[in-house]
Design a protein around this ligand. Structure first.
Ligand code: GLY
Length: 380
């Protein structure tokens, strides 16, 4: 088992390993205390894992309640948040009782926000069951719901008291869900760790790896959590350095909206990363191999890297993103694998940047890249 200490304003531990759901009661009790626990989960994850977690929580003395909502990105909304809060109030939760978020990114975000709100804040345990939640969203204290105007527009920084990542849960993910998390894993390699990136080029994180070497998967997740720890420890509330974690996301979120949320987050972020890396190459700021290395690795992880939208559409959509501050936007520019910087640029400059990325990308040919993806399946 890996245990990683996160030195946030309220420090906590991230545990990564197998058979941790069975041990979750003890870990939650030590970190959160309280008498009652509400497991917040969705209709996909709940039937699989809530009984194990519930049993474990009961075995250490918790009175346990389970709140289950319909699975899906659309449930990350105000009505789900209110329903959780009402459920806790109905069951007479106090501010020292615990919220246990059991599931993927949506569950962690909405349950985390409920913990931040209920009686102005109560203890939160994150039990991520998707790769994306294990390597990214369960760590660092960002919680949120979506509003009609956009994603994550209401939320709070609320650090969990403990994160429990049982890698055995990854076995029940669909390949597309696993690939979604790979988008963030690749991002971590590009912003901070060329060795991790090269290791993934040797052995991508796929369903095959999950079945052949769960120990290596746990080690990859642990390395990702360390990267996130280092970034979050330097800048918990995203004043500056934490923006590194947004690499590819302004364009990626725009692509996600243009695709009407039917294309996975990982694929959209991969396309955003390739677009920005291509633009950085055009500006002479980045090693020329970077965009293709990102695209190639993303495809091997099962992500769709063929962007169907031109720079002007992406720019218009990206203007809605909350990461924009007035007439400026912070853009994470890669220079090499493992090395990025944050550049504050005018919206016009950002528009030109996207166009430059689009041109470079078009010059090497979307179709060629798609064809290459097909060939790779045979040759790599
Ligand atoms: N997922 C980006 C962050 O936690 O800052």
């Amino acid at each position: 088992m890996y245990t990683i200490d996160i030195p946030a304003s309220t420090p906590y531990k991230v545990h990564i390993g197998t058979m941790l759901l069975e041990a979750s009661g003890e870990l939650v009790r030590t970190a959160c205390g309280g008498e009652r626990a509400v497991i917040v989960t969705d209709s996909n994850v709940g039937p699989l894992y809530a009984p194990i977690v519930s049993q474990s929580l009961k075995s250490v003395g918790y009175e346990v309640f389970t709140f289950t909502f319909s699975a899906g990105e659309r449930q990350k909304r105000a009505s789900t948040l209110i329903d959780i809060l009402e459920f806790m109030a109905e069951h007479e939760f106090s501010r020292s009782d615990a919220v246990v978020a059991l599931g993927g990114g949506v569950t962690g975000d909405v349950a985390g926000f409920a913990a931040a709100c209920y009686m102005r804040g109560c203890p939160l345990a994150q039990i991520p069951t998707s790769l994306l939640a294990m390597v990214d969203s369960s760590v660092g204290g960002k919680t949120a719901i979506d509003l009609k105007a956009g994603k994550n527009l209401a939320g709070a920084f609320w650090q969990p008291r403990v994160v429990i990542a049982d890698v055995g849960c990854l076995g029940t993910l669909e390949p597309e869900q696993l690939a979604d998390g790979c988008g963030e894993v690749i991002k971590h390699g590009v912003i901070r760790d060329s060795r991790l990136f090269a290791q993934l080029e040797q052995t991508p994180l796929t369903t095959e790896l999950l079945h052949s070497d769960l120990g290596m998967v746990a080690a990859i997740i642990a390395r990702n959590v360390e990267i996130k720890r280092d970034v979050v420890a330097a800048d918990e509330r995203e004043a500056h350095a934490r923006k590194l974690l947004n690499f590819g996301h302004s364009a990626g979120h725009a692509i996600e909206a243009l695709e009407e949320y039917k294309l996975g987050h990982g694929s959209c972020v991969a396309q955003g990363m390739v677009l920005i890396a291509s633009a950085a190459v055009m500006r002479g700021a980045c090693d020329a191999s970077v965009p293709d290395r990102i695209a190639r690795l993303a495809r091997r992880c099962g992500l769709d890297t063929t962007c169907r939208w031109d720079a002007d559409r992406i720019y218009t959509e990206a203007l809605h993103d909350k990461k924009r501050a007035g007439e400026h936007i912070d853009v994470v520019m890669p220079h090499a694998i493992g090395s990025c910087s944050i550049e504050c640029m005018s919206l016009d400059d950002f528009h030109e940047l996207l166009r430059a990325g689009d041109c470079r990308h078009a010059a090497c040919g979307h179709e060629d890249m798609a064809q290459a993806a097909g060939q790779e399946a045979n040759t790599l």
